[in-house]
Design a protein around this ligand. Sequence first.
Ligand code: BEZ
Length: 252
Amino acid sequence: MSRESQDWQPDRYQQHAGFVAVLGTPVLDLLAPQPGERILDLGCGDGVLTEKLVAAGCQVIGVDAGPDMIAAARARGLDARVVDGHALAFSNEFDAVFSNAALHWMTRPAEVVAGVHRALRPGGRFVAEFGGHGNVAAIRTALIAVLARHGVDGAALSPWYFPTPDEYGAVLREAGFAVHSAELIPRPTPLPTDVGGWMDTFADSFFAAVPAQDRASLRAEVVDLLRSVLCDSEGRWTADYVRLRFSASRSA
Ligand code: BEZ
């Protein structure tokens, strides 16, 4: 399952993942948007950060594979379009491409990066943050372990791409980018509910292969397995996020 087929419900997303945009400030700072710049927000979701780029005086187009998210972004008055990030059809028209918390859903990175390269003017910037190597490792491992107990290969169902800086840097250079920085940033992230709420929002695909009547008990097993690792003595849950943040520019 990809980001396109994940069931993105903007209300649920806002409840369980409102922190995604709040924590996007460092990558916005790295982008350093200038008034008048034309910017493509790749994987714009419900448009919270797209709105900040518009407020900075930029002309912004937001794209996302999820129609519900695009509807929510349009409701903010944004120019937002349903587009698969693997098939960007823009040509030579943006000063920068920005992306927060989306590239890990795009599992064919060479296609994505080639489209970003085409979309940018020569010298244009590609600045992004997404899940890097080791991201949500405990959650992923627990999902795979619980599914294995029930005879399902959870690793094969994982919809996520979490590369190292070296791996993603190689993809960028191969496409014609100069890479200015690329780093992994561990960022333990407090969750608004238990990890079950996070899984309902982001991990549908792991449960899709399980008969509907078994899903609730498997979900409870994963939550129980993770309790001692991700939940503190006060009942507060923290997800083991690791970000990959990079800045690159189109060489020519
Ligand atoms: C992330 O932002 O790192 C992320 C979100 C959903 C699923 C996996 C990772």
